[in-house]
Design a protein around this ligand. Structure first.
Ligand code: NAG
Length: 370
């Protein structure tokens, strides 16, 4: 779960208490039937109503540069852009804004929704919440004490090729220009943390070491838990990477479990980019002004968690799901012996036999479908 149930209920209560009259009121979304709604916004009606109410509360405190548009109309412009990366004609006509005015609206709404991340994107803080997530993950892949999967998420941008140095800084390991954020998700694909928005050439290890979550975890603030990291990360006391050259069945089994949980990140990013197609191409970027990109990425992450709460599936995949970035491979000899030993102890304790307990394989498959 991305946030504890009590928090979620408190939010709903706040919304119902606050906007009780408002939420029953008509909105500019009413003119669309359910099918058109999903086509235009990749969300359903209850989910959109929830988002409008949540945004309305926050908007009251934001100085509005655009009083011409009501909150629901502003949210409509932004949600439509997130879903398609461009504004649909039917939405533009309805709100009677030019493309340029729309950009300002999208920027305002993105700031507001990104600001909701403290409520809707939450890393488990109390012992109980951590334990629950860890047990769920262990049931899924057999690896104990894991809070989430860590990755660097790349989002395509355009950069001017005439400014060579800047352009180069955006080119990532797959050879295209991007910005990169650090993301952690749980075994259900809820986003637990998203931070940073750097030029695409930034290595994931660098992101981790300079991130809040990275520093908190490595300084033991979160206790004896791991996050799962791919080959681009360095094995540490709290980042669990696969064995680079498995020497026996235990290590092979561990790597398979690692791949299984790591794959959740690939699916999560795939569904995020499918629902919010603006993330497939975030437009022009300048090195010194990545804040706007960052707000859009954060806003889509907030909306991803809300959509999951409302069980709205993303639109079907158009092509194959993008692979995670291979990252810069780390040589294992660089790693401190005590880190290798900690991982080895885990492997010996949990992966010596084919399966611990009664037939977890079939249980796993059932969970995956859920
Ligand atoms: C597997 O290989 C590792 C590394 O060589 C070793 O530490 C571990 O004890 C081995 N496990 C088994 C079950 O042989």
């Amino acid at each position: 779960m991305a946030f504890a149930l009590p928090v979620w209920l408190a939010v709903q209560e706040e919304l119902l208490g606050h906007g009780g009259a408002d939420s029953g009121a008509s909105s500019c979304f009413d003119e669309f039937d359910d099918e058109a709604l999903f086509q235009l916004f990749h969300l359903n009606r209850p989910c959109i109503c929830f988002i409008i109410d949540a945004a309305r509360i926050r908007m009251k405190t934001v100085a509005q540069k655009n009083p011409a548009l009501s909150v629901d109309a502003m949210v409509m412009v932004a949600l439509n852009y997130y879903a398609h990366g461009v504004s649909s004609t039917s939405v533009l006509q309805r709100v009677d804004q030019s493309q340029t005015e729309c950009l300002a609206t999208i920027s305002t709404v993105s700031g507001v929704i990104a600001g909701m991340s403290d409520q809707f994107i939450s890393f488990p803080l109390v012992h109980d919440a951590k334990n629950k997530i860890a047990l769920k993950t262990e049931k899924f892949c057999r690896i104990p004490n894991v809070l989430g999967v860590l990755a660097a998420a790349h989002f395509k941008i355009r950069a001017s090729p005439y400014e060579k140095d800047m352009f180069r800084s955006f080119v990532n390991s797959l050879g295209y220009t991007s910005v990169v954020s650090q993301i952690i998700c749980d075994s259900d694909g809820n986003i637990l943390s998203i931070e940073k928005c750097c030029v695409g050439s930034t290595f994931e290890q660098e992101l981790w070491e300079s991130s809040f979550k990275g520093r908190e975890m490595e300084e033991e603030i979160h206790g004896p838990y791991w996050v799962i990291g791919g080959k681009g990360y360095q094995l540490s006391k709290h980042v669990l990477t696969p064995v680079s050259e498995p020497a026996n069945d235990s290590e092979t089994r561990f790597n398979a479990a690692h791949t299984k949980i790591h794959d959740v990140m690939r699916t999560t990013l795939g569904s995020l980019k499918r629902r919010f197609r603006c993330l497939m191409q975030l437009g022009f970027a300048q090195e010194r002004s990545l804040d706007k990109k960052s707000n859009i990425i954060k806003a889509c992450s907030v909306l991803h968690n809300i959509a999951k709460k409302f069980s709205v599936p993303p639109p079907p995949a158009a092509g194959k799901i993008e692979q995670l970035h291979p990252g810069k491979q780390r040589a294992e000899p660089e790693i401190k012996p005590e880190m290798l030993q900690a991982r080895q102890e885990l492997i010996n304790a949990y992966f010596l036999t084919v399966s611990s307990g009664s037939n977890p394989e079939s249980k796993d498959t059932a969970e995956e479908d859920a």
